[in-house]
Write a protein that binds this ligand. Structure first.
Ligand SMILES: Nc1ncnc2c1ncn2[C@@H]1O[C@H](COP(=O)(O)OP(=O)(O)OP(=O)(O)O)[C@@H](O)[C@H]1O
Ligand SMILES: [Mg+2]
Length: 422
């Protein structure tokens, strides 16, 4: 764990902004978010490190920003019982178009005669599935069980203790380009920070933006970033489908820049002035064109330019959701998060277009007295902290299970020998 304490840190390197978050476990099942900071990202484009020095500087600046926040951290230092907090290891989120996901089935023959399924059997099944799916230059970051089957018993969330001859699992695998991931880790290491683990950014966001009830009923999470939209579908408590859609808020900025002949920076500022339903007042926007001339435009023109691009993005997403057959299964509708979700009137527009309920993602599942922690800009960063704390909490349980597993394994081996010989 980080710094020998229970404090967990996450680094979410987005194509537009990089976020660093810190949290501590409170009690048995709560998480307190005690720090969150972000800076403009430099040196990365389409998830590819284009300038490692710039990205390293950006991470160092962010670390300084967070470590400089010690006053705010003081109270939590007490909670974490650690007086020497430094950012020296983090949980890293990873996203982008190189993320691939696949649903598959894996089976393990347990015995000729019915035996009790052990935890060891489950991990054997997962290990086999992992080695079968391994391929050159791809790294499996998550192998998530959707359901297990033991002979005729179907839809089991935990097959341990069920009796049968054959264990089968439906799995959702998330993998990434190994070289992209390694380059990102190298940059983080260059900033003097080690990486504890890697988590897919869309999955991380689901920890802070979705409730257990939504994940059970059927919900689509759309995490709208600058260059990509992470689309995830949960039903019956498990991740059923994932897609990284190659559109984002930056496409709208580029559309404004092109149509109004303005610089990217100015287009970015104009995007923030977008109003989904402009009134027809005499209000005018003055823009400085690339040619250094000034021009005046009416807000309706800006709205028309943005709406056209928004329509294209929404159309593409709807097609993808319809083709995969999940739009009709999302009984709890769609939840949106990420920077683009802040666009004026976007939630209502998306709801009208998709024909299902759309909710602006409310950050939940943790406590914090930081106003920033309520902003779903931090959905992936805070979600990664929650994921890591949850994982670390389960560690000792797993260790004590392991001892039981050894005993079970010995008994199992003896049983196997008996079955083989008699
Ligand atoms: N009010 C707003 N209206 C429109 N766009 C906005 C608004 N606020 C932020 N954005 C856009 O959101 C994007 C940043 O969001 P976010 O931090 O979620 O992206 P990211 O994580 O850097 O990108 P990605 O996940 O694609 O790598 C920027 O493109 C920014 O212009
Ligand atoms: Mg992002």
């Amino acid at each position: 764990m980080n710094n020998g304490s229970s404090m967990v840190l996450s680094l979410d390197i987005g194509s537009d902004r990089t976020k660093l978050c810190a949290g501590v476990p409170v009690g048995n099942d709560r998480v307190e978010i005690c720090a969150a900071a972000m800076v403009k990202t430099k040196g990365i484009s389409k998830s590819v490190v284009t300038n490692s020095d710039e990205l390293t500087e950006c991470i160092e600046a962010l670390v300084k920003k967070l470590e400089g926040n010690k006053k705010k951290l003081k109270r939590f230092v007490y909670v974490a019982k650690n007086k020497n907090i430094k950012v020296n290891s983090i949980y890293l989120t990873i996203g982008g178009e190189h993320i691939l996901t696949v649903n598959s089935k894996s089976a393990l023959r347990l015995s000729e005669r019915p035996v009790l399924v052990s935890r060891h059997d489950v991990s054997r099944l997962m290990d086999t599935a992992k080695s079968l799916q391994r391929c050159v230059n791809r790294e499996i970051i998550h192998l998530l069980p959707q359901e297990f089957m033991v002979d005729g018993y179907k839809r089991l969330k935990d097959p341990e203790g069920v009796c049968g001859c054959m264990l089968t699992a439906k799995l959702h695998t998330i993998s990434c380009e190994a070289s992209f991931m390694q380059n990102l880790i190298n940059v983080v290491n260059n900033a003097g920070i080690s990486v504890e683990d890697v988590i897919y950014s869309g999955l991380a966001a689901s920890f802070s933006a979705l409730t257990k009830q939504q994940k059970h009923a059927g919900v689509i999470l759309l995490e709208f970033g600058a260059e990509t939209v992470d689309a995830l579908f949960f039903k019956e408590d498990s991740l059923q489908w994932t897609s990284v859609i190659p559109f984002g808020a930056k496409d709208i900025t580029l559309e404004i820049a092109e149509n109004l002949s303005v610089t990217f920076m100015q287009a970015e500022q104009l995007k923030m002035q977008y109003k989904s339903m402009p009134d027809d007042s005499m209000y005018k926007i003055i823009v400085k064109k690339k040619s250094a001339d000034y021009n005046t435009i009416i807000p309706q023109y800006l709205t028309a330019v943005v709406d056209k691009k928004l329509f294209e993005i929404m159309f593409f997403i709807k097609k993808e959701l319809e083709l995969s057959g999940i739009l009709s299964k999302a009984d709890a509708g769609i939840v949106i998060s990420g920077g683009m979700s802040f666009m004026d009137g976007f939630t209502a527009k998306l709801q009208e277009f998709m024909g299902v309920m759309v909710k602006f993602g409310i950050m939940r599942g943790f406590v914090s007295n930081l106003p920033a922690a309520g902003s779903n800009f931090y959905a992936a960063g805070i979600g990664a902290v929650m994921y890591a704390i949850d994982k670390n909490r389960n560690k000792p349980v797993k260790m004590s299970m392991r001892r039981r597993d050894i005993f079970r394994q010995i008994v199992g081996n003896v049983k196997d020998m008996y079955n083989d010989y008699f």
